[in-house]
Design a protein around this ligand. Sequence first.
Ligand code: CA
Length: 243
Amino acid sequence: MKIVGKTDIGLHRDSNQDAFRIMALGPGAGFAVVCDGMGGENGGERASSIAKKAITQALEESFSENLTEEKIKPMLIRAFYSANSNIYRIASEHTELSGMGTTVVLAFLLRQKAYCATVGDSRIYLYSKEDGLRQLSKDHSRVQYLLDRGEITPEEAKNHSDRNKLTRAVGISESLDVDFFDTKLLPGFRLLLCSDGLTGCVEDEEIEAILSVGSPEEAAESLIHRANDRGGYDNITVVIVEG
Ligand code: CA
């Protein structure tokens, strides 16, 4: 298994409020996390960085070589709760950070399976030659909510004025609702974790075409290039896991 990650400020922002971490924990075990912060000048950068650190620390502490499958979901949820309470506490102590939060998508990899936990509109996709590209995560966004209710079409969703509005984020409230799912990883798979700086600029069909060729490093580089070619309106983060 190989994991690569890249982040880029894009062409319009003054700071990069995305954060990512990739880490091997043992043979065939590791994780990747992507966070996209929000909440003003300093808040966004701070929130994504706190989340990345809290999740890394929680997983490092609770991982063991003989980890059983049923323990994984509670372990990931606990890591999210730790990130949530750290951000919420720090925001309540500093008025200038009030309201800060972050998306978090996490893929924990063990024995040819990915265990995923997500909050917000960063995404996890699975690519294979046989099945192409599939979005595994669900966006917790106002636009997704309107789509689910049939109030807007997928075409209208693309340029909707509410497209940056989240319905869930880590750190904005004392309580947190986390999505969890797992998936088998068949030989030749590629798992993509990304922030909306990629998906806001590059269509799924293009992401699939880029992800299907070259090394993971080349694919990550090309995805970021393509997002910047299409405007680079936001920070762009891409993590690719290959097995
Ligand atoms: Ca973003």
